[in-house]
Design a protein around this ligand. Structure first.
Ligand code: BTN
Length: 250
C-alpha cells in the first residue's frame, strides 16, 4: 500500500518567533491549516519546555520546530501513543545519524549517555472523546559545541564531531516522524508500545529516582495508555506516577 506522507510537505520558516508551538496554536485558531504543516524557527526567543520550563537554543544552530497534526482518530485517553510515535521518530533519526547509546527518557526526552539531545512538547486540543489538533514541538540540539551547552545537554555535533545542514536534517527527521505517525494512523499501537518500551530508560534496568527528597531504586514496568509510568521499587512496592510526581537523579 502506498500512502502519501502527511508530515513535511509544507513548511513555514521564520527568522525569529517567540515559540513555534505558540505560533502554530495561534495559526490553528485563525485559519484552516493543512495537516502536517511545519513551523520552523531559526531563532526562537521564548522557547517553551514541558511543565512551564524554558527551551533555549542558540540562533541558527539547532532545530526548533512544530508540526501541526489532526489525529481525530485518536481517543484522548490513548493520547500517549502520539508521544510514543514522535519519540520513536526522533529516536530513529539519532540511530540513522550513527549515534550509539540513545534512550528515551519518559515521557519523551531523547537522551544520549544521560545527556539530553532533544526535547518534545506536545500540546493537544480535545473535542468530545478524541483529539482534534496536536501541536508537536521539537527542539533538537544540532551544531552547538559542547562548551556552549549546559552540563546536562548534548548535541549531534558534540556526539559525532560533525556539523550539519539544518535544512537537510529537518527533512530527514520529519520523514521519520511521518513513518511513525503512519503506524499510529494504521493503529499499530502494540508495535509502537513495544518499540517505545525497548528504548526506554529504566526498562529492565534499575534507575535511581527521588521523591520527597528520598532516593529509591526502581525499574520501569509499564507505561499506561494515559501516559502514567508504572514503577516497581526495589522493595517490591508498585508505584504509578504522573509527570513531575518524582524526580530523576540525573
Ligand atoms: C522539553 O524537553 O521540555 C520540551 C522542549 C520542547 C522545545 C520545542 S522547540 C520548538 C517548540 N516550540 C517551543 O516553544 N517548544 C518546542
Amino acid at each position: 500500500m502506498h500512502v502519501l506522507p502527511i508530515i513535511g510537505n509544507n513548511i513555514i520558516k521564520l527568522d525569529a518567533v517567540s515559540s513555534t508551538n505558540t505560533y502554530a496554536t495561534t495559526l490553528l485558531k485563525n485559519q484552516k491549516v493543512h495537516e502536517g504543516l511545519i513551523i520552523q524557527a531559526i531563532h526562537q526567543t521564548e522557547g517553551r519546555g514541558q511543565m512551564g520550563t524554558n527551551w533555549h537554543s542558540l540562533p541558527g544552530e539547532s532545530l526548533t520546530f512544530s508540526v501541526i497534526l489532526a489525529p481525530s482518530f485518536l481517543k484522548a485517553d490513548r493520547q500517549f501513543y502520539l508521544n510514543m510515535a514522535i519519540s520513536l521518530g526522533v529516536f530513529e533519526y539519532l540511530t540513522v545519524k550513527g549515534i550509539q547509546g540513545g534512550l528515551i527518557k519518559w515521557p519523551n526526552d531523547i537522551i544520549v549517555q544521560r545527556k539530553k539531545l532533544a526535547g518534545i512538547l506536545i500540546e493537544n486540543s480535545i473535542k468530545g472523546k478524541n483529539i482534534q489538533h496536536s501541536v508537536i514541538g521539537i527542539g533538537l540540539n544540532v551544531n552547538t559545541v559542547a562548551d556552549n551547552l549546559p552540563a546536562f545537554a548534548t548535541s549531534l555535533h558534540a556526539e559525532t564531531g560533525r556539523f550539519y545542514d539544518l535544512d537537510a536534517e529537518i527533512h530527514e527527521l520529519t520523514q521519520l516522524l511521518d513513518k511513525y505517525y503512519m503506524f499510529l494512523r494504521l493503529e499499530k499501537l502494540l508495535k509502537l508500545k513495544e518499540e517505545y518500551m525497548k528504548h526506554l530508560l529504566g526498562h529492565h534496568h534499575s534507575i535511581i529516582l527521588r521523591k520527597n527528597e528520598i532516593d529509591f531504586e526502581a525499574t520501569v514496568m509499564d507505561i499506561q495508555d494515559s501516559g502514567k509510568i508504572v514503577l516497581q521499587k526495589k522493595n517490591g512496592e508498585k508505584m504509578i506516577a504522573g509527570f513531575k510526581e518524582f524526580e530523576w537523579t540525573y
